[in-house]
Design a protein around this ligand. Sequence first.
Ligand SMILES: O=C(O)CCC(=O)C(=O)O
Ligand SMILES: [Fe+2]
Length: 297
Amino acid sequence: MTIENTNTPGSTSGWAALPWSRLDGPVGLELAGIDVRQLAPEIIHAAIAEAQLLVFRDQRLDPLALTEFAARLGTPEQYPYANPLHDAPYVVPIIKEPEDRANFGGDWHTDTSYLEQPPAFTLLLAVETPPTGGDTLFADMYGAYAALSPRLQEWLDTLAARNVSGMVHDSGGAHAAVAGAIRGNRAAKAAEAVHPVVRVHPVTGRPALYLSRIHSEHFIGLTREESVPLIDYLQNFAVRPERCSRLRWAPGTLAIWDNRCLQHYPLNDYHGHRREMHRIILAGERPRGLFEAPRDA
Ligand SMILES: O=C(O)CCC(=O)C(=O)O
Ligand SMILES: [Fe+2]
């Protein structure tokens, strides 16, 4: 079914007038029976601001159509650590073959937080899915921050963390095996960036926890040894089950998520089966904290 959209762009009634349901859990909105290309970008942006994650089913988007749709929502960027499709330079195939063991992004994270301007949104389209398994979990980083004690919040508000690509992408990195599975680009330059640990969302103005165990190396002004227990604590706290929604994919499922207020975790529970996704990232801004935390050391 195609829906002719006559809603006022940007108003809540824009998406609220569509057939929507919440995912089980605190984040995510599924919009049923819609060809995403019929929706005004303003409606999609308003819905993501509300729900952090949008899910559409049964989308028929070849790589070119996916790119065209993405370019209406934002500015597609090339992802430096994996090779795109030949004829669609912004579309990265994320493939796990039956014989592969590791999966791409296989731990809790927010995308590419070691860049000065990490992507605001990631679009992921399921092309082939295993008979069971291969779901992706999403955790609410507004909720994680809000659930911390006020005195810890106050301290974290002043902290910045150094986020480093090498913790994942170096040959000795935690996820080195994955690079093979996605035909990774080992020649990509190492990247690192210092970002506030509490990030103010540029659209909603809400504070969200912004760090991850696989990217955050240490807090500025603390040693790695001092930082690790706190990073571990915050990572585990952030992704407690009550903060998670779970997305079950099928071919044609398209997810669009906001990296500024979510973490995600693709489950690796389908060995022996193939899973293929097409991925595009959209440019974001430099993360802003509640105030300008120190960015050196
Ligand atoms: O395969 C997935 O479900 C998500 C992989 C991932 O982390 C990403 O595409 O950023
Ligand atoms: Fe990811």
